[in-house]
Design a protein around this ligand. Sequence first.
Ligand code: NAD
Length: 455
Amino acid sequence: MRVNVIGAGYVGLVTGAGLASLGDDVCIVERLEERRATVRSGRAPFHEPGLDELLSRVVGEGRLTVVGEIEHAPPADVWFIAVGTPSVDDRIDLGAVLAATDEIGRAVAATSTRTVVVVRSTVVPGTTDGPVRDRLAAAVGDALDRRVGLCAQPEFLRESTALADFVRPDRIVVGGREAWACEIVAGLVARLGGTVIHTTATNAEMMKYASNALLATLVSFANEIAAVCEHTPGADAHDVLGSVCLDRRWQVDGRTPDLVSYLRAGAGFGGSCLPKDVEALVSTARDRGVEPWLLHGVLQRNRSRPPALVELCRAVLGGLEGRTIAVLGLSFKPGSDDLRRSPAVELVQLLVAAGVVVRAHDPLAADAAAAVVPAAVLRFDDLADCVTGCDAAVVATAWPEYREADWSALAARMVGRDVIDGRDALRGIALPAALRRHTIGRVADPQPLEQGAAR
Ligand code: NAD
């Protein structure tokens, strides 16, 4: 099939490269010159395991090409809209989706072949059959339905495992009015398996939001339990949640499913999807006369977590002004260099505002973080350099590097002895006696200044 994909972000590139690897002729349309050049050279503009290798192959074989404007893209059987839907005042900005729809409409109107337009970006329920359909109809007239079809086909990929998710999809949701168009899209994307759900476009859009809202709710549930434990001497949220997860109903064939990893206390959820999607769902609910008490609470609890971690640092160190703290991890989750809405970045900003000298480490995102952390923050991709001279280290993102680190060597570089584990990432690690681990999810265990190593 001939496939055009608008947007060379995570969704667009994984979709495009994945389909090209299955033999389709894919053209990516990307406005940003720098991104185009990177993709043309067979690399991804962001870190995603396996994607560079796949892109290099499909670009080399001529299966994936890149252009800058929709009007320069070749005719296609299917057009995927995979542009960003950023959050503005807790609502999504549909500007890029609608602009792409207009341009695709003009391109499709100039042809006479059967074409399907697919909204793969995350949009609030009612968007595809509402404004997108209206804009497409304005461009192609009565060809819509007969020759031009419109579907919503939300993407469920997870950054850092996006290609694995493409190869082994758990569900493929295709929603739309034109059955013939939905068949084409399902045939295109379901070749690798996965349960196909044929539904309405609005239902498809709602499925995506419900899915992310549940994941966010699990995280905030765990953090709400943690918040209570943090004010309950003797309680430890990690023990508590660990026992909850041993309930048979949370086990599958004697195994703990991935989903349970969301039931962990920490610094909160971030990234380009969960916060934005829950905010958009909350706003949409209110627009429709429904007060989303639960999801509002999910967001409130999430917003409370970076400040709670700052308070733990304050309690442990007996004050923050003038202290030097190493923040370990900047990306929103391990395995990704994505800094969008990262709780670790917010932690850095809060610590700087409290007068802390912050040194920050990330295995992948230290350079890119220059754009999102205050200029005074020194950034390192070497862990030992980062902790040198610090009063404390805070684990803000659960990179495996921190579990695997030589903490004796790190302790020798630090001035203080406190390691504050904001992700409970070091549980079970034997830290050297020179270090004391503090974790979120239980009452802070401050160390009187006079007992600390040279501070
Ligand atoms: P992104 O912001 O990383 O990439 C979007 C790209 O589209 C940008 O490079 C931008 O320059 C380009 N673009 C915008 N308008 C264009 C136009 N008219 N012509 C050509 N290029 C254009 O976005 P992303 O993270 O891939 O997300 C895309 C959508 O998918 C969003 O709605 C997001 O919520 C959703 N989504 C993202 C993920 C994820 O993990 N990132 C997962 C599921 C769904």
